[in-house]
Design a protein around this ligand. Structure first.
Ligand code: ADP
Length: 662
């Protein structure tokens, strides 16, 4: 239950009116005592007077109540209610222990002769009522709490019931207190009840003290009736008074219990409604719907948000209608999911819907089995992640643009290597063409030799064109491909392309490339881009190394977990272990002319291939960068293929998002 409370306005008005009436009552009677006016003190000559102490207590209790209602200063409440508590409790002590503490003469000696023994001392019932009221009022905290409303409510019911009993007592000829004191107590009690009623706690619309106060009221009424019967001439425990007493004692708690149960039922219903509203609001905000699926009957129940996601009209949903909405490219995945669910497996998948207007929605589904045996049910949640997917796709597009920019920037560095690569076959062509001419120009032309040289010319021209083709593939904007890539072969090509550049930087490249490495499915150019980036970084890291050979080892192996791994190990400046993840952050660079996107782009490329890329510092100098790509027959680049297409299946995404420290 929430302990902070709201306030209803109307009980506040009632409490204010009661407080003012009680203050006025006390003031009038005190005035009566001062001006010695019996009608104000005892109303009629045959009635007992309201004592000066009681009048004072009314005034002070009223002031305390009013201060609480108007949120006045706490010290006023303490002062007023504290004084009343002192007077009433001392009176009770005097009565119980039959002592005279002088409380009767607090406001001067009595001058009027009436039928009460001690005109200055309050009647026991009055003292008890004031004790309850003053202590309860003193204990009310600010802000109001449910507990304080309980305390004030119960005290208010007791005071009202006692006051009412005293009023009723007059008609039975029983004098429990002065008549206007009795009325005053009823008004004070009602004021306190109103103060308590003002406090509204969730989810209970009626005050929690209501059942108890009903029990008190019924019991007080029954005791009053019992007393009246006795005064009417019945013996206290003769049949009628006993029956009244017993029935009252049974009925009172039954009434209270009934109200309590009604209250609890209402509170539970309200709490349920409230939590349902919370849930619906949360589902709406997070675009997550929930569902249950009875596997044996294929009956599916959707939450309101799930209806919205599927754009279904409210009402029962069949499994077939859900299947119909599934994107055709994801149908196999969906059917596989359904059959796994029937076997009782937990589900965590992403799939797509094709809506009526041909738009595509991306959903993430998580579900697990509830219940045992054949009659189990699936409970799950579906989240609409279309926006996230679209922004990921946009991000991927930007990334692939960045990758292209990164490739272009390395073009400058590679100019010398490219020139060398192309120059060699060109020089070969020129030499062969010259030889060919010479062979044909002689008196007895060497046709056979000329043919051979022409063939060599063609071979060199092809080699040059191969180099150009490779370069074009690396630097021209191409859509991503899905092909079988031999990582060793791809590495060899990059090594050839970079060999001159590495030589120029005095880097000794050692390759340990596994033969017959199983191919991985992916984009050859993108993977070569990653290898090139790792090699260039390693070479840069060794640029300042002069005290040892700048050795660079590149290795490809097959891992035990059915993946292939490529490792680039250098002896460069290395990095600190806790920097391992920062290196992969976009725009993190320690180089003067670096852009800091190479590694972040490389990681995203590797992750798109469902693999992972990580770095560890060597135990000696330098660092080792590795990536591993699983051997898979399923297209890693998803439906439609490219890095920019961004469609990747659930489990794969989880894998890709894993920790990259090794
Ligand atoms: P750039 O090369 O433009 O700085 P990268 O993303 O490729 O961008 O690299 C980011 C940073 O990672 C580099 O600036 C460097 O500090 C660090 N780094 C990369 N490779 C290595 C390596 N082999 N040894 C040590 N540090 C490296």
């Amino acid at each position: 239950m929430i302990d902070t409370v709201e306030r209803r306005p109307w009980p506040g008005y009632v409490a204010k009116v009661s407080a003012v009436l009680v203050i006025m009552l006390g003031a009038i009677v005190l005035l009566g005592w001062i001006v010695k006016s019996p009608p104000l003190i005892q109303l009629l000559p045959n009635l007992p007077p309201m004592t000066r102490n009681a009048a004072l207590c009314f005034g002070l209790c009223g002031a305390a109540l009013l201060t609480l209602v108007i949120d006045g200063p706490r010290w006023v409440v303490f002062l007023c209610a504290g004084s009343v508590a002192f007077v009433s409790l001392t009176t009770i002590i005097e009565i119980v222990f039959r002592v005279d503490a002088g409380i009767d003469e607090l406001l001067g000696s009595s001058f009027i002769s009436v039928n009460l023994r001690s005109p200055g001392r309050m009647a026991p019932l009055t003292a008890v009522c004031f004790a309850f009221s003053s202590v309860a009022l003193m204990l009310v905290p600010r802000p109001f709490t449910i507990a304080s409303s309980l305390l004030v409510g119960l005290s208010g019911s007791i005071v009202t019931a006692f006051g009412a009993a005293a009023v009723v007592g007059y008609w039975g000829g029983v004098t429990l207190a002065a008549l206007h004191t009795s009325f005053g107590l009823v008004i004070l009690g009602v004021g306190m009840l109103a103060l308590a009623w003002r406090v509204e706690g969730h989810p209970m619309p009626t005050p929690p003290w209501l059942p108890l106060s009903i029990v008190i009221a019924v019991l007080t009424g029954i005791v009053g009736l019992w007393r009246a019967l006795i005064l009417g001439g019945y013996a206290p425990f003769s049949i009628l008074p006993t029956v009244v007493l017993v029935v009252g004692c049974v009925i009172g708690p039954i009434f209270g219990l009934t109200v309590f149960l009604a209250q609890r039922g209402h509170a539970q219903a309200a709490a349920l409604r409230r939590s349902e509203t919370f849930l619906q609001e949360a589902q709406h905000l997070s675009r997550t719907g929930s569902f249950s699926w009875d596997v044996s009957t294929d009956i599916v129940t959707f939450s309101a948000q799930a209806h919205r996601i599927y754009e279904f009209d409210p009402g029962p949903i069949s499994f077939a209608s859900i299947a119909r909405m599934t994107h055709t490219d994801d149908m196999l995945l969906f059917l596989d999911m359904a059959s796994r669910a029937r076997r009782g497996e937990d589900l965590d998948e992403e799939y797509r819907l094709c809506m009526g207007d041909q738009s595509v929605k991306h959903l993430h589904l998580v579900a697990h089995q509830c219940g045992a045996n054949e009659n189990f049910e699936y409970i799950g949640a579906i989240q609409d992640i279309t926006d996230r997917r679209l922004s990921e796709e946009a991000l991927d597009q930007v990334r692939s643009e960045l990758a292209r920019v990164a490739r272009m920037t390395s073009l400058g560095t590679l100019t010398a290597s490219i020139a060398h690569e192309v120059n060699q076959p060109l020089a070969g062509i020129v030499t062969n063409a010259g030889t060919c001419l010479r062979m044909l120009a002689s008196d007895s032309p060497n046709v056979e030799g000329a043919r051979e040289t022409a063939k060599r010319t063609i071979r060199d021209a092809n080699r040059a064109s191969e180099v150009i083709k490779r370069l074009r593939a690396l630097f021209v904007k191409n859509a991503a491909n899905n092909e079988l890539v031999d990582l060793s072969e791809a590495t060899r090509e990059v090594a050839v392309l970079l060999s001159n550049e590495l030589q120029r930087s005095q880097v000794l490249l050692r390759t340990k490339l596994a033969d017959a490495l199983p191919p991985v499915l992916g984009d050859r150019v993108q993977l070569q881009q990653v290898i090139m980036n790792l090699l260039m970084n390693a070479s840069d890291a060794m640029a300042s190394v002069d005290d040892r050979p700048r050795q660079l080892v590149i290795t490809t192996t097959r891992d035990d977990d059915n993946s292939v791994r490529l490792t680039v190990e250098d002896v460069g400046v290395g990095f600190l272990p806790d920097e391992a993840n920062r290196l992969f952050e976009a725009f993190y660079t320690t180089k003067n002319r670096g852009m800091g996107i190479g590694l972040s782009v490389s990681r995203s490329i590797v992750e798109r291939h469902n693999g992972r890329l990580w770095a560890v510092p060597n135990s000696g100098p330098g660092a080792t960068f590795s990536f591993a790509i699983p051997l898979s027959t399923e297209s890693p680049l998803g439906v439609g293929g490219g890095v920019g297409d961004g469609v990747t299946r659930g489990p794969n995404r989880q894998h890709a998002a894993g920790n990259h420290d090794d």
